[in-house]
Design a protein around this ligand. Structure first.
Ligand code: SF4
Length: 494
């Protein structure tokens, strides 16, 4: 019952939550299977790591897999002794801690620079103990570390041809910060090894740490006693207030006392939660509906957000729209006409999508989106990235209205939404016979993954056709849902 060795990622788990570290060591059976979305994230991380090596080209890669530790250690010893100037994935053990270092660069005086590569666009707080631990292991293993740096993605990078790692990444010197953390590491390690020596998991309660700085894989286990529609579902409630309610013995949202300090929106949701009756402000709703001009364009985009830009003129993590659905109504209550665009999974989808928008959206009428700031921002980016279409695209941004507004502003609060405003919550509450259940692509995450699969070029023609069909059904459902929700709101004020 004693963990002989912990890895860098386990050290980071321990910093987040001792129980997470313990469960990871002894109850892996409680971990949910890796999802396709997570696999996509891991693949992206590996691709970023491989690109980072190009910043210090010509190094020696310690290629042993994670389960081949003795091989990795032996190979590292060999390349260090052999005089390698740059080592990728060098593997070291000191004081029961295992560290694999992204990049080590040897200096002329024999000392080393440690470079940790991250896929973020800035240094984050959690990166510092991560790098500090590696430095601790390396120094313990006998290497003299002169400099510690964090290599992160340069957020201002714009792709133009093949990616040059020297322009794609930025280096931040974190030598001082990691040195300052050195004294804490031994104490943390002692704490972690003591917890791991215990036959029982630490009694850590749930809280903010379950998702900060990383989502914990044991939520399904630790949160299973939390009832549905609990205090943790109250939108935008601070953790301080959640903890206060928990300390008061209140777990259900509907049991929160009226006197508890909540925002207007939270109070409205609480009232509806308690009474089970919907709350309608007909005047506000009527004002919202009156502002809508016809022809009305219900619009929805699907996007991918690749860390390494795929297309010239795009940036790291830019939301690149690859699909749009439009339901167009000539007058209130009129049968909508449907138009759609889906990129071919090969070329940059943006020029075709911009041309589609300008061909199908006439000079007048409202563009209605759900959470419109998303679509608005995408159109502004299209205007920036396709300057020849810029003025025409920017003109569209003047005509947007947000269908989420009546829900956000409490003009309509439905008990089945339990304080939430997303389309996926509002639709089944207002239009129970319209559901996303059973769809091949059933949410934005599925849509992203589906398009990445199309981009891979590895699908059979039949699988490609099926996936394209699923994407078209899903995005079309989003805008049809908006047509139905608006009709419902219209009927409500009659
Ligand atoms: S779910 Fe929360 S309490 Fe449970 S192990 Fe994870 S971080 Fe710790």
């Amino acid at each position: 019952m004693f963990a002989k060795r912990i890895s860098k990622s386990q050290f980071m788990m321990g910093l987040q939550c001792l129980k997470r570290l313990w469960l990871y060591n002894y109850r892996k059976d409680l971990m949910p299977p890796v999802t396709p979305e997570q696999r996509q994230v891991f693949a992206q991380g590996r691709a970023i790591g491989a690109l980072a090596r190009g910043y210090y080209a010509g190094g020696e890669l310690v290629a042993a897999e994670y389960n081949q530790l003795p091989r990795a250690l032996k190979r590292t010893e060999e390349v260090v002794a052999g005089g390698a100037k740059v080592i990728y994935e060098g593997t070291f053990v000191f004081n029961n801690v295992l560290a694999r270092c992204d990049i080590l660069k040897r200096n002329r005086d024999g000392s080393w620079n440690l470079i940790e590569a991250k896929g973020s666009t800035a240094v984050k707080d959690e990166h510092l103990p991560d790098a500090a631990l590696q430095r601790y292991v390396l120094e313990g293993a006998g290497l003299k570390i002169k400099k510690t740096a964090l290599m992160h993605i340069n957020g201002a990078f714009v792709k133009n041809g093949p990616i040059d790692p020297k322009k794609f990444f930025s280096l931040a010197d974190i030598t001082k910060e990691t040195a300052a953390l050195r004294p804490e590491i031994s104490a943390d390690l002692e704490r972690f090894l003591e917890a791991l020596a215990s036959p029982a998991a630490p009694e850590t309660g749930i809280g903010r740490h379950c998702s900060t700085p990383y989502n914990c894989e044991f939520r399904g286990h630790c949160w299973k006693g939390v009832p549905e529609y609990s205090i943790y579902d109250i939108p935008r409630l601070s953790w301080e207030k959640k903890n206060t309610l928990k300390a008061m013995g209140i777990m259900l949202f509907k049991n929160v006392p009226d006197s508890f300090e909540l925002s207007k929106s939270q109070l409205a949701a609480l009232k509806v939660e308690k009474t089970g009756e919907r709350l309608v402000d007909k005047k506000k709703l009527a004002r919202f509906i009156k502002e809508i001009k016809y022809p009305l364009y219900h619009i929805d985009f699907e996007t991918i957000m690749p860390g390494i830009p795929l297309y010239d003129g795009s940036r790291p993590y830019q939301q690149v729209p690859f699909q749009v659905s439009l339901h167009v109504q000539a007058a209130p209550g009129a049968e909508p006409a449907h138009f759609e665009y889906l990129g071919d999974g090969k070329a940059d989808p943006r020029p075709g999508l911009a041309a589609f928008l300008l061909a199908h959206i006439g000079p007048e009428g409202t563009l209605l989106a759900y959470n419109a700031s998303f679509e608005l921002q995408r159109i502004k980016e299209l205007a920036r990235d396709l300057p020849e279409r810029g003025p025409a695209l920017l003109a569209l941004t003047e005509r947007f209205q947000d269908l989420m507004k009546p829900f956000l502003e409490r003009a309509y609060v439905h008990p089945a939404c339990h304080g939430r405003f997303s389309l996926k919550k509002v639709l089944p509450a207002l239009i129970p016979d319209m559901t996303y259940e059973g769809l091949g692509v059933a949410n934005g995450g599925d849509a992203q993954l589906a398009y990445f699969n199309l981009l891979s070029g590895e699908l059979t023609p039949a699988a490609t056709e099926k996936l394209r069909g699923d994407l078209l059904i899903y995005c079309g459902q989003d805008t049809l849902a908006m047509v139905k929700i608006l009709e419902h709101l219209r009927r409500t004020i009659l």
